[in-house]
Design a protein around this ligand. Sequence first.
Ligand SMILES: [Fe+2]
Ligand SMILES: [Fe+2]
Length: 385
Amino acid sequence: MTAKNQGGEPPRKTVFVESLEVNSTITSIFIVRDKEIRQQKNNNQDYLRLTLGDRTGSVAGLSFSDTDKNWHTFSQGDYLLVRGVVKEYAGRAQIKLTRVQPLPEDGVDARDFLPSSGRDAGEMYDELLGWVRSVEDPHIKTLLETIFNDEDIAARFRMAPAAKAMHHAYIGGLLSHTLSVIGLSHRVAGHYGSTAVNRDLLLAGAMLHDLGKAWELDWHRGFDYTDSGRLLGHIVEESFLVDRYIRGIEGFPDELRVQLLHIVLSHHGTYEYGSPRRPKTVEALILHYVDDLDSKCQAMQDLIKAEAGQKGNWTSFNRNLSRYIYKKRYVSGEGATEEVATGEAEPPRVPDEREAPAESEVTAEKDPVSEPAAAPDLPQGKLFD
Ligand SMILES: [Fe+2]
Ligand SMILES: [Fe+2]
């Protein structure tokens, strides 16, 4: 296997994660989203455990022999040409690798490796600006216009994912999540009415609550945290940014500044999930819940979609949601249910959500989104945001 084919061109990606077929032998290019060298329990021999990805998803890749002596020649974020056999473990595909070969960055088309939102980023940004125009409070409106008309902010916000892997983990995911949280906030504000909820304040909180992720995350070669993201986190990043912009607006009421910053600072809900204050206003409470709702609802949908092609009615165990998800949709009429996935109508057995799959010695499926590197400051089982 060489990095160049006979015509001198770099090898192109031909097989994507979403189309992997169990028991097929594949040769394809993936980006290394995670890399570990572990020890087999039965013989203490090293084995390589990779999370390989492309724009359609991620798959585990395992190698038990460093035949080419190159396990140490690549790391997370590098591109690999791999050969292997697709197997199934715990309901998920994984690749038993027979060869791996690092590739230079110019040997691939980067678009094959970054999942992106199905919607046009410019169109989504216009929708965001439409929400800004709907704000009536002059101070809040000026603040939002100043922030979202900043070209550097706009460029980052159009591209950023909302998470490394947990939810909306794709190019444009932050904007997509933000629009969803804005829409939910707008509806909840309408439900309770203007005497109970300051809609402008709530919508501003929705627009700004994850803006710091545009600096917390890097999306140029796969998705990962930036140094400042690991050191500060998005809540601190966006709080500094919002405070800085507010101080540049003459006459911005200090009480409004404090209330808006409170919404941003408290949106994770509790201290252990990274908020220095718990929600103490109605607007902050609403934002916390709609943010949590959107991130979990999207994560559940992403999981169902990712495993739609696999047999059975249940997804694999998801450590962040701490449960299996029932992926069969009920369809009204004739009392029938419709399976989202193709394949067998019934799984071998119904899993108990209290039991996570046992770790196999060498084929244990470790959910990449719950690894410490993905959320170094948060306890497992939480959080999506
Ligand atoms: Fe969020
Ligand atoms: Fe957040």
